[in-house]
Design a protein around this ligand. Structure first.
Ligand code: SAH
Length: 230
């Protein structure tokens, strides 16, 4: 079974429409839909905004449905000139930009306990998504995705995140999902379409989030449809 998590309804709605033999379940306020997507067993969830809901959802999905892998799909702000609105950011690593125990001598972003800043994401799925983007004609870039409980909307914060973590995109859930997957030894991927430039143009987000969500759905559908992957 493949697990797919989006933060918002608009990131998951189209996939749910494409799903057959649907069954719904609500756990801790999260809507899970189980069924078949292009002939593959799958579970979809809308986790809600931010790292806490994202972690709650990922852990519940693992305990309840035990998917072989989890894909986080959705929209994000760009941190680089190499990614514009509608382009796809594919995660190689996930970092948490608002985790900071540096006054104690730790590197910024360190996740104590597992003692890592960069949580590795699945390389095979990343390569498959890169291929799917090519086939869909969607521009894409792979790299570090930075998550935090903050809508990034200033040039200063954007530059800080980019420079501190060499990150290419910012959002609010991916790293939490990746961290939960890491400690549960589940392969995880992050696929985010750019909705805004993360620097004082929040209106972009309102205008382009639907388009961005469409792109990430199209690439994911291409991945799920293809026999080559999984
Ligand atoms: N109250 C709003 C909050 C949306 S937050 C609502 O419920 O719809 C923005 C969402 O888009 C988050 O899920 C985040 O992952 C993503 N996102 C898009 N652009 C972002 C940016 N510039 N900074 C942080 N997250 C961003």
């Amino acid at each position: 079974m493949i697990g797919i998590i989006g933060a918002m309804e608009l990131e998951i709605a189209r996939l749910r429409e494409m799903m057959d033999e649907k069954k719904e379940e609500q756990i801790s306020g999260v809507r899970f839909t189980v069924g078949s997507l292009f002939g593959r067993p799958a579970v979809l969830a809308v986790c809600g905004i931010g790292k806490t809901f994202a972690a709650l959802c990922a852990q519940t999905m693992i305990l309840r449905y035990n998917p072989e892998m989890i894909i986080n799909v959705g929209v994000a702000g760009t941190l680089t000139d190499g990614l514009s609105i509608g382009d796809m950011a594919i995660g190689s690593f996930a970092v948490c930009h608002d985790m900071d125990t540096s006054p104690l001598g730790d590197p910024v972003g360190l996740i104590s306990g597992i003692n890592m800043v960069e949580i590795p994401l699945d390389g095979q799925m990343r390569e498959a998504f890169e291929e799917c983007c090519e086939k869909e004609g969607v521009r894409h870039l792979s790299g570090v995705i930075a998550s935090g409980d903050q809508f990034v909307d200033s040039g200063e914060r954007k530059a800080w995140i980019r420079n501190t973590f060499s990150a290419i995109a910012c959002e609010m859930e991916g790293q939490a999902i990746a961290q939960v997957c890491y400690v549960n030894r589940k392969p995880c991927a992050i696929l985010r379409s750019i909705s805004d430039s993360a620097d004082g143009t929040a209106l972009d987000y309102e205008r382009f989030k639907e388009l961005a969500a469409e792109h990430s759905t199209a690439v994911l559908a291409r991945f799920l449809r293809s026999e080559e992957y999984c």
